[in-house]
Design a binder for this molecule. Structure first.
Ligand SMILES: Nc1ncnc2c1ncn2[C@@H]1O[C@H](COP(=O)(O)OP(=O)(O)O)[C@@H](O)[C@H]1O
Ligand SMILES: [Mg+2]
Length: 251
């Protein structure tokens, strides 16, 4: 059964477990979304992933916490807002030819922009939101972004996401596409280290997105624990793993 997350709690009566699906508008209504998940839990419904996990994962500042735990991350400048001069400063600070700026609370590449010294924002430009600035990793275009899907902390499958020819973003919306990917042991270990560093145990599902740093190691781009697309086309074991993880929580 499928229900809109905005449906009243009463509409969920008789339901034991809620699996978050394609709630792809939560970014702009995060407090409201979270409130609903808490209300469902108060009504005795198992929410996957739980509200606490969603709260932690909704703000990309969790990346700082992962970095503190020793996980390789992309160097990041955290700002309450950004203007043209912040972008120029970031380009210099990272000694990078190009930087990307993205929302701290965001998904799907929403509001994300790339700048270089030759293509700075317009003088009056403001991001208008808490944001993060990172050096642009050329590996994302040259080799792609790696996804690792975990169910109950068990590796299900990998996906290599490549950018299309007209954009650096790997999302299909921008021309990106996916390939099967069987990770090398060292790369899988990097993803597993992210799972181990999460401040809670065994989320039902977790998607770890990674990109290669110039040093050759994989850095976490994001840990998606809210409503990730899990790439079932590339994951023959996904259905079975998901089903047993759900059953385990219903006992
Ligand atoms: N530092 C970076 N270097 C190169 N590409 C990036 C960088 N950060 C993000 N991207 C591109 O933008 C996409 C969206 O960024 P991401 O951090 O995953 O945010 P979202 O939550 O919007 O998916 C990534 O999948 C990748 O293609
Ligand atoms: Mg992403």
């Amino acid at each position: 059964m499928e229900l809109d997350w905005r449906a009243p709690v009463d509409d969920f009566s008789g339901i034991d477990l809620v699996l978050l699906g394609t709630a792809w508008d939560y970014q702009d209504h995060f407090a409201e979304f979270l409130q609903k998940l808490v209300a469902l839990e108060k009504a005795g419904i198992v929410v996957c992933n739980p509200a606490d996990v969603v709260r932690w994962n909704g703000d990309k500042r969790y990346l700082k916490q992962l970095a503190d735990a020793g996980i390789p991350t992309i160097p990041t400048l955290w700002l309450d807002d950004a203007g043209r001069s912040d972008i120029a400063i970031a380009l210099d600070a990272f000694e990078a030819p190009r930087v990307v700026v993205k929302r701290q609370v965001g998904a799907g590449g929403l509001g994300q922009q790339a700048f270089s010294h030759d293509a700075l924002p317009q003088p009056g430009w403001r991001m208008g939101l808490p944001c993060m600035v990172q050096p642009f990793l050329p590996s994302v275009v040259e080799e792609g972004e790696y996804t690792f899907v975990f169910i109950d902390s068990e590796f299900s499958h990998g996906v290599l996401k490549r950018a299309g020819k007209d954009d650096y973003r790997i999302q299909s919306l921008y021309g990106g596409y996916e390939c099967d990917y069987a990770p090398e042991p060292a790369d899988l270990a990097s993803a597993q280290a992210v799972i181990s560093a999460l401040p809670f145990s065994d989320p039902l599902y977790a998607r770890i997105d990674m990109a290669r740093l110039p040093t050759g190691e994989l850095a976490v781009m994001e840990a998606e624990l809210i409503e990730p697309y899990l790439y079932p086309e590339q994951g023959p074991r996904l259905g079975e793993l998901l089903a047993s993880a759900v059953v385990k929580r219903l006992r």
